[in-house]
Ligand binder design. Structure first.
Ligand SMILES: NC(=O)c1ccc[n+]([C@@H]2O[C@H](COP(=O)([O-])OP(=O)(O)OC[C@H]3O[C@@H](n4cnc5c(N)ncnc54)[C@H](O)[C@@H]3O)[C@@H](O)[C@H]2O)c1
Length: 286
């Protein structure tokens, strides 16, 4: 539903690869709510993905940039300001990638070159975007910057690997830069911690379907979808959330506050019964 929540606002959106991407949904909804947007993604992703189609539908343009390269980000910010005829109001960082996850390398056997790449792509890129934007004075006062995170930044979740460390760093950057940018320009910086979601990046995580089932059973409101995440991003870009900054805000149906739910316990108990049937040594554990 269009409420013109972003009427008159202009924003830069990183990470729309295909129509499953969270950034894709944010771009569609931002356009629907009256914003003007610029889309960007890494050159390799633009060759593989459908970002041009999205640009056409949102009356937007695509400016390629590898978010780990300062010169690409500088060019991106300059071109975005040219397109908008000056400063803009919001940025979405929706970027994540771990070569260790991609190659199935476990956390106790990490390749450190890959680990550095994970941190660079998934977390330092956020700092780089903020630093270049501030140096170029690209954002209007009371602007809003968001990055997407996951609860593995706080709690250990099997299979999330070095992405957990990247998300911890990402959330810390939001706090540290949030102080500087807030103090000077009233710009707010937050991370949204989203439920597991079936996207290209999400599907790289070991056992995503089982993880989604588990977190859905654990969450009183169920998993949050990509569409619902996009709605939340729109609220955070709007003037209705002007005093929220330096926060990691959970958008996960309640998962992060749970310890055990009835629905998850039901499945767990059934498996114990099955184990007892096969192996009596598990019996005492019940
Ligand atoms: N899918 C999930 O379960 C889930 C849950 C919580 C948080 N998130 C986070 O949401 C964000 C978006 O991911 P998604 O799930 O929509 O998947 P996605 O695969 O659609 O998006 C990831 C994007 O990162 C981009 N990217 C990778 N390397 C880049 C680089 N060097 N420069 C610029 N862009 C680069 C990709 O091209 C892609 O567009 C990520 O930060 C992800 O960690 C995802």
């Amino acid at each position: 539903m269009a409420f013109n929540l972003l009427k008159g606002k202009k924003g830069l959106i990183f990470g729309a690869l295909n129509d499953m991407s969270i950034a894709w949904k944010v771009a569609e909804k931002a356009h629907e709510q009256g914003a003007e947007i610029v889309l960007t993604n890494a050159p390799f992703a633009l060759r593989l993905g459908d970002t041009d189609k999205l640009a056409e539908a949102c009356n937007s343009v695509v400016i390629p940039a590898d978010a780990t390269k300062i010169e690409d980000i500088e060019n991106l910010i300059d071109k975005t300001m040219e397109r908008f005829g000056g400063k803009f109001d919001f940025i979405l960082h929706s970027i994540g990638m771990s070569p260790n996850v991609r190659k199935g390398i476990t956390y106790d056997n990490l390749n450190y070159d890959y680990f550095l790449k994970t941190l660079d792509v998934s977390a330092l890129s956020f700092h780089k975007i903020l630093q270049v934007s501030r140096k170029k004075d690209a954002l209007n006062d009371w602007g809003s910057v968001l990055a997407l995170s996951y609860v593995a930044a706080q709690r250990t979740l099997y299979g999330y690997n070095d992405m957990a460390d990247a998300k911890s760093l990402l959330e810390s950057i939001a706090r540290s830069f949030g102080y500087i940018y807030g103090r000077e320009k009233k710009i707010r910086i937050n991370t949204i911690s989203q439920s597991p979601t079936p996207t290209t990046a999400g599907k790289g995580i070991m056992g995503l379907e089982d993880l989604m089932d588990f977190s859905n059973r654990m969450s009183p409101l169920g998993n949050a979808t990509a569409d619902e995440c996009a709605d939340y991003c729109i609220a955070m870009f709007s003037d209705l959330t002007k005093k929220i900054t330096m926060q990691n805000i959970f958008h996960d149906g309640g998962f992060s506050s749970m310890g055990m739910s009835r629905r998850a316990m039901d499945v767990y108990s059934k498996n114990l019964d099955a184990l007892e049937f096969k192996d009596v040594t598990h019996k005492f554990k019940k």
